[in-house]
Ligand binder design. Sequence first.
Ligand code: NAP
Ligand code: MG
Length: 489
Amino acid sequence: MTFEYAPAPESRAIVSIASSYGLFINGEFVDPTGGTAFKTVNPATEEVLAEISEANQSDVNAAVNSARRAYDRVWSVMSGRDRAKYLFRIARLLQERSREFAVLETLDNGKPIRESRDIDVPLAAAHFFYHAGWADKLDYAGLGPNPRSLGVAGQIIPWNFPLLMLAWKIAPALACGNTVVLKPAETTSLTALLFAEVCQQAELPPGVVNIITGAGDTGRMIVEHKGIDKIAFTGSTEVGKSIARALAGTRRKLTLELGGKAANIVFDDAPIDQAVEGIVDGIFFNQGHVCCAGSRLLLQESIAEETIDALKRRLQTLRLGDPLDKNTDIGAVNSREQLNKITELIKSGDDEGAQRWTAPCDIPDKGWWCAPTIFTNVTQAHRIAREEIFGPVLSVLTFRTPDEAVEKANNTPFGLSAGIWTEKGSRILWLAGQLRAGVIWANTFNRFDPASPFGGFKESGFGREGGIQGLTAYLRSATDGDDQAKGMS
Ligand code: NAP
Ligand code: MG
């Protein structure tokens, strides 16, 4: 039974949203030279929140020039200790303004306030704290003598964790002495623009961080810009491949964090109630818009029925609705386009003969929503077992032996994450060694920490974010030429 909770909406009075925003270049908000703009909406209500500027080629040039000047004159010659002070300041301001960021993220993205408040914003601040700690210790990190920055980094991020992905990109780049030009996703620019205000508040030297908004075309202009030394991209595998092609043969460095189709593997000796919580966290967290989501559940055959029954019972208690309500578990899907993509893949599951179960939910009249959905009788050949759905949809497969679990888990072009549920430590270690995935959780799922490197194998990309490993993506290696930092490519 589900208790009826009284509504507990978080007030939106703490945020003030402007009717329109400029581009953040050289420490100031400026109008886009082309004068074009697009609207950003609240996906839970379809209300227009603000007009966002669309950066064209001359705006991208201005942002890159500003980043280059700041790099040459200020940031690359500043001591690590002084850079750290700015990063600590930014981290503290994110904490101080955390409620404002959480409400704004929920309004623009549709994710439950509980998640933006307890996960996105605290983790974003943690990334700045963590990297602030590294800024003056790079010489002692085992990264070789006198590690040096790359120059200007172009960074492109998706809409599923807007502020958090920004932090994953900007914090290590700045800690290592680089300056940045970052583009948020078209549907979720607002927290990046509020972060620009935080940069002003922290008195970060102008040009160290430039935030330019726009659609895919603006992203492409960043990728192709010859004044940029490194591209860091998080997004779909398809766009990631086109970026890899564009940069092939240049001296520009690249890291790609792409899609996933993670296996969450439950053995018959796992504590089922805990595993059910982990399965729910794995795929229904953030409406399933999570690159490392546990979207393929692999159940040992002997416990399959029992686990699926327990899972269905648990899913009936999830609350879908107003993302600003503190009781909400499932928020809105970020855009109509994404909902269409999810709906199309659900239909393919029906058409290909998998068995669908959908949690009973009242779907609000306005906005874009998808009730938690489970497919059983799924085979490896089904599209819902192979393609990333990026929504609250779980595909359940079964296995009999550990070897079969490994084979099924690895039978995917992706390799971002995996989960293992078992009581046996030896099995965890053995299995973790067999799985081709960058991040493997045991008896938990979707845990993140700035000290822990995150990244993929195969079509999930290359390069790591977080930890010492993440620093190497923003430092020159011994084999890089000296022209790297002068923007020659
Ligand atoms: P996307 O379409 O690839 O977009 C990602 C970013 O790239 C957006 O800012 C987008 O701008 C921009 N972009 C689009 N076309 C571009 C082009 N030709 N050149 C340069 N930039 C371009 O991905 P998405 O649908 O927003 O995000 C979902 C995907 O991200 C999923 O596949 C998910 O798995 C992946 N993801 C991976 C990680 C990870 O760490 N591995 C983390 C989160 C998400 P617009 O928004 O304006 O189109
Ligand atoms: Mg929006």
